[in-house]
Design a protein around this ligand. Structure first.
Ligand SMILES: [Zn+2]
Length: 334
């Protein structure tokens, strides 16, 4: 039985990462007093555009829309060539977008306090036979660092990120980060994506190393919102989606960790549904979450996936466990 693991924001939560719902509050807590130009410009944008000037992180969280809504408003305006107001012109919005990427990257990097759970998970997986397939919707580098950390003297690369659209058995770890990653940088001239061993997205949009392929010294972060994949059109990232699709097509079991399968994630629903229809061999879905989400998540997954797929719920949250291949959770939703 081939298992594919899909990581959503809830998987990174126990290590300190913010969720969409409390992102702005966390960002204000960490960066509300930050003096860097990019961050200051974001707080000014939010204050001007939404007409509110919060005094603390709690007020910021309560008064502003969620981070994905803010990004979507700005992205929508940019991709449709419209000004948000007489002051927020298109060229200003391009700067706001860069500031938002910086804010997201810095907030995640500063919020993460541990990596014990992901490390335990990767150590357990490494003991199993054959290639390992991980699809992550998270920008953080918890999985990347857990994988590289479990090889003392790696010969060659230890992660296949899918930039060439293929799945591999050597390296054994296939990690497909379909929304991008904080440790990637894109050369916009030759479309090469470079991988670093630590988060660097908040340092980009300026000079940062030299591209090994075309020698240009300007690079951009690779972080996208799902709804905007097409408008970005980064070939290497499209390849990552193809590789993820190939892995999902081979899955007999998909384990969703901390992922709500939200309505706005229709490109991902589409990716998964399309992939599993190719061979039609998916038999089991395991949802890993917390008890309070059980009913809502159960209903949602049952709506999306066909009747002959067993759906089980592991309500212990993500603790680094990998035993689902020998033991399904007792709570069978359908
Ligand atoms: Zn280049």
């Amino acid at each position: 039985m081939t298992t594919v693991y899909v990581f959503g924001a809830g998987a990174s939560r126990p290590e300190g990462a913010p969720l969409i719902s409390d992102f702005i509050e966390k960002a204000y807590e960490k960066l509300g007093k930050d003096s860097s130009e990019k961050i200051v410009s974001i707080w000014k944008f939010l204050c001007d555009y939404f007409g509110k000037d919060p005094k603390n992180s709690k007020e910021a969280g309560e008064n502003y829309p969620t981070i994905d809504e803010i990004v979507t408003i700005v992205d929508y305006a940019i991709s449709n060539n419209i000004n948000l107001s007489s002051y927020h012109t298109l060229s200003k919005l391009m700067e706001v977008k860069k500031g938002l990427v910086n804010l997201i990257s810095s907030t995640i990097t500063q919020s993460i306090v541990s990596n014990d759970i992901h490390k335990k998970f990767i150590r357990e997986l490494k003991k199993k036979k054959g290639p390992i397939y991980l699809v992550s919707l998270n920008y953080d580098t918890l999985l990347d660092e857990a994988i590289t950390g479990c090889y003392k003297n790696p010969k060659g690369r230890v992660i296949n990120y899918g930039f060439n659209s293929v799945i591999t058995s050597n390296p054994r770890f296939n990690l497909f980060k379909i929304h991008g990653s904080l440790n990637w940088s894109l050369c916009p001239f030759c479309q090469n994506i470079r991988v670093y061993n630590k988060p660097i997205a908040h340092r980009l949009y300026e000079e940062y190393d030299i591209c090994g392929t075309c020698s240009n010294s300007y690079s951009e972060p690779v972080m996208i919102t799902p709804t905007l994949l097409k408008s970005y059109n980064i070939q290497r990232l499209n390849n990552v989606w193809l590789a993820a699709s190939e892995a999902l097509a081979q899955a007999h079991r998909i384990v969703f960790i901390g992922y709500s399968l939200a309505l706005s994630d229709y490109p991902i629903v589409n990716l998964i549904k399309n992939a599993i229809s190719q061979k039609n061999i998916l038999r089991e879905i395991v949802i890993v979450g917390v008890r309070s989400d059980r009913e809502q998540l159960g209903k949602r997954y049952c709506k999306i996936f066909s009747k002959n797929i067993t759906i089980a719920f592991d309500d212990s949250g993500f603790t680094g466990q990998t035993h689902w291949d020998t033991q399904l959770p007792r709570d069978i939703i359908r």
